[in-house]
Design a binder for this molecule. Sequence first.
Ligand code: NIG
Ligand code: FE
Length: 418
Amino acid sequence: MKENLIIFNARIATPLGSSAREGKEMSWLHIIERGTIEITNGTITYVGPPRSGEEAGFRWGYYWYDAQGRCVLPGFVDSHTHFVFGGERSEEFSRRLKGESYMSIMQSGGGIASTVKATREQTFDQLRVRAEKFLKKMTTMGVTTVEGKSGYGLDKETELLQLRVMKSLNNDEKRQLDIVSTFLGTHALPEEYTGRADEYIDFLIKEMLPLIRRERLAECCDVFCEDGVFSIQQSRRLLTAAKKQGFILKLHADEMVSLGGAELAAELHALSADHLLQASDEGIRRMAQSHVVATLLPLTAFALKESYARGRDMINAGCAVALATDLNPGSCFSGSIPLTIALACIYMGLTVEEAITALTLNGAAALNRAESIGSIEVGKKGDLVILNSDKYTILPYYIGINCVDVTIKEGVLYINNH
Ligand code: NIG
Ligand code: FE
């Protein structure tokens, strides 16, 4: 759905540009007091001070919305989630509370493998209904674009099922947000391929990637590059082939162990490297040099009781940092945007302005969408968030509390009843 909408009396705050903001640029927000935003057929056609005659509050064919001085930001982009899956893992969470680690549970046959088992038992409709509920919650928190990964099938049929669920949600005329799909066939080694990781990668390269390209089921290809999951060499082989076949590259990199995932992302010119809790100084330097977006997921570090990624150091080194939730059934069963912002500011050392850029323009860049979303500028989609205050500084201050009053997707208003 696309609408014509004029928002007036808004305190507009937005990063500017059609590419990721790096280093110092991340704190540059353009502010317009008492501003007007005009959206025509879903696209921004004017941003600036009020135009003459606007006080009358009428233009044929447009809805009008008085922001009453509240702060308006670009819609949030959650550029790393796993929102299509079956089952749940609360018992595993309890085991972790008693001291078992995420990786030891995974190595003993639990973790991702248990969600794979549950997802393989689901039908298309079951997966879709549940995924749609997550999307509705995201809208209430201001998310207007979300990335979603496969990786809970690890066989042809179920990987395609997850991707088709996302495609069908994204094709829905009534959808409230846009979905960018990522193929994560290398999320874990499926049981059937135990001891045959290289054969599994061959299968993905020869069969899965071409099929997914042909059916346009995913734009990006990701890999869980981690000690005991997929090695640097295996990740390089898969991603190099994926790039040749036209995929955009992403990596789960240096999450638990400093393996050189950040360096690999730089070498392959991946669009983003994600997690990065253990990224080395050299890895950070190379990501900055190669313009790899460093996507940080503070909710996961929080839920796993791990130390946070070094967001401040990354920005100081000139990186473009994006923030995302990592919503998934295992390491982080939360899609909370407010808590993501609070943790990023409190524990990763981001300023509020940097956190806003990280969740908007840099998130868009991590999805190859910076030309069409991520800032409030003429020509971009009319995807916006209206806060319940004139100040954006409330974002990390309201710890874990949603302060989004209205989410706007291509000119359509979704009003929260707090
Ligand atoms: O991003 N690290 C790998 N993948 C997910 C967790 C998936 C799961 O535990 O189900 C993550 O944290
Ligand atoms: Fe993830």
